[in-house]
Design a protein around this ligand. Structure first.
Ligand code: APR
Length: 248
């Protein structure tokens, strides 16, 4: 058996008997849907842009039209993208375990389109806009407007996403933290784990001996229970993991 086979078999045993699985996903789970990640040197979004210019309150104040153009392009790409086998595997996993909490840093909406019933969006969504004055949230707006305006009060809308220097939605963060504390299995999928507070969630799970899987392209593939690490593509590993756990 390869290292990957051994780690998959060992972690599948934990999944099979799990009471509460908490899952944190990052840009890597959407990479195989053709959506660029942030920090990959070649394709990463940040390799072409300075995040402070585009994903910050100051950047928006300085040039709202540029920021809206960037998010509008990302929304169009997200709409044109399709969920990949990794998204579908997590939707399937939710049907096979007693309780699954899905937490994402992604704003592309692909988990919902893959059928995941309840998604905690820590960093907001490309598919919502928020009024800069009355705080109302909108799931549709005039996409042709360079600077969309609130239908209620006429003030400028902004993308309903969390920018650098901003706090995460309080309730979303509370639910994510509670899940990390309560779960007996935690899976971190496709995230570099560099942005807090999401980056702390796997450590919270480890602190009470939950089985923790870290799956991205940087890890080494190893099992040091309760920590399991796999270097691999989520679209290949997750469907195989669900089969290993429930369809043998
Ligand atoms: N399968 C699994 N993991 C993958 C794949 C793949 N096919 N492709 C890339 N990855 C991994 C990379 O190895 C990396 O660890 O996905 C991770 C992507 O990391 P980032 O680009 O840093 O994205 P993310 O961790 O989601 O960033 C977190 O930072 O920029 C902010 O708000 C932004 O939500 C984002 C947050």
């Amino acid at each position: 058996m390869s290292d990957l086979d051994l780690v998959m078999a060992a972690f599948a045993d934990r999944l099979r008997t799990a009471r509460h699985v908490a899952v944190l996903t990052g840009a890597g789970i959407s990479a195989e849907s053709g959506i660029p990640t942030f920090r990959d040197a070649q394709t990463g979004l940040w390799s072409h842009f300075n995040p402070e210019e585009l994903a910050s309150p100051d950047g928006f104040a300085r040039n709202p039209a540029l920021v809206w153009r960037w998010y509008a392009e990302r929304r169009v790409k997200a709409c044109a993208a399709q969920p990949n086998p990794a998204h579908y595997a997590l939707a399937e996993l939710a049907k096979r375990v007693p309780h699954l909490t899905l937490i994402t840093q992604n704003i592309d909406g692909l988990h919902q389109r893959a059928g995941s019933p309840c998604v905690i969006e820590l960093h907001g969504s490309l598919h919502r806009a928020r009024c800069t004055v009355d705080g109302s949230v909108h799931t549709t707006w005039d996409y042709d407007e360079e600077l969309p305006h609130c239908p209620n009060c006429g003030a400028m809308l902004r993308p309903d996403v969390v920018w650098f220097g901003e706090l995460l939605p309080r309730r979303a963060l509370e639910m994510a933290w509670e899940a990390a504390l309560d779960c007996d299995v935690f899976m971190s999928i496709g995230t570099s784990g560099v942005v807090e507070p999401a980056a702390s969630l796997p450590r919270v799970a480890l602190s009470h001996d939950a089985a923790v899987l870290i799956l991205n392209l940087e890890q080494t593939t190893a099992a040091r229970p309760p920590l399991f690490t796999i270097s691999g593509k989520a679209g290949e590993v997750l469907p195989r993991l669900v089969r290993e756990a429930f369809d043998r």
